[in-house]
Ligand binder design. Sequence first.
Ligand code: 13P
Ligand code: SF4
Length: 388
Amino acid sequence: MGALIETAKRATLAGAPQPATVRAPEIEPGVGCDFDSYLLTPDHALDERIARAKAQLGRDAVILGHHYQRDEVVKFADFRGDSLKLSQQAAATDARFIVFCGVHFMAESADILRQPHQQVILPDLAAGCSMADMAEIGQVETCWAELESVGNLQVVPITYMNSTAAIKAFTGEHGGSVCTSSNAAAVMRWAFERGERVLFLPDEHLARNTAYKMGIPLDRMIVWDPDKDLGGNTADAIRAARVILWKGYCSVHQRFLPAHVERVRRAYPGIRVIAHPECRWQVVQMADDVGSTEQIIHTITAAEPGSTWAVGTEIHLVNRLAKQLTDRRVMSLDTSVCVCTTMFRITPQHLLWALENLVAGRVVNRIAVDDQTRQWAKVALERMLSLR
Ligand code: 13P
Ligand code: SF4
């Protein structure tokens, strides 16, 4: 594995690098690539150097930034968005280098959708996602085999964008699709036109919230615990289920609780609560609005001046909205800071390091999904992108 990592990290612009599957947790950012000197670069020197490197690269590089990214990084993004918008952007761009200021699964998806002349770079390879790590391919294969052992259930798999390329490939190969938080309902409808049941990976909460909103009662949903036989269910319960929810969650969004909604409603009469659908079902039920990061931004931006909002999502997005929309009050639903610590790993130093290496003719931290995985993962991603 070490050799593969080195291949990916030392790939040069002149010689086409060998695709290698690079997994975030096994790699130290910047190893062997002179990253340490960037750590000593004072913050005040960064903006100018990042802007200069970006200008030198011109149309050769595009920077994509997720809404949870810190301000010092996201301000350099050519395109900002939620997971859906960024994947559409990754598929549409022509730049040779896609520098993804997001997390590992987003960069993998960009690599799956890219054109042959493009390469995808994740400025810190340790920017992973704890939710994506909650579904391993071996566990999913076991789950599928166990479901088949129960009978001909006609299960269509859906995987949330927040999953590894291997899970996306599994989904594509088994007639399913990827979804994001902004199109989960459309993808679920598509799946029910093709089968009797949905296996939804890896976010239990997004699956429950989406299915419930579509009119599927809670007692027709079961949770699949990969550490238990039959996911902790009886064969009869599986046969009765319409949606099988993988037992995974986002460590940021699961922190928002019903008590937080009660507290803000008491403290700020008339407040509106908006939650991301990765939040627990009870929180989503109590919220006034629910939506992806892009939808949250749109809803609050379009709201009445003077309105007050409590937002159940990552703190960088909430703080940015509060700073930008000074004629309305925007606060986090939870007063203790809910930060996506892996997204936070991408610092301006990492961005600068990645860009200046590109200027010098070196590709560092390339994300390269192997061809076999790419083939089926692309099928699953394109199924999603073809749905309107
Ligand atoms: P969206 O930006 O698609 O709403 O997803 C949020 C998220 O958790 C990204 O990891
Ligand atoms: Fe993963 Fe949650 Fe961070 Fe999104 S917010 S990248 S789901 S840990």
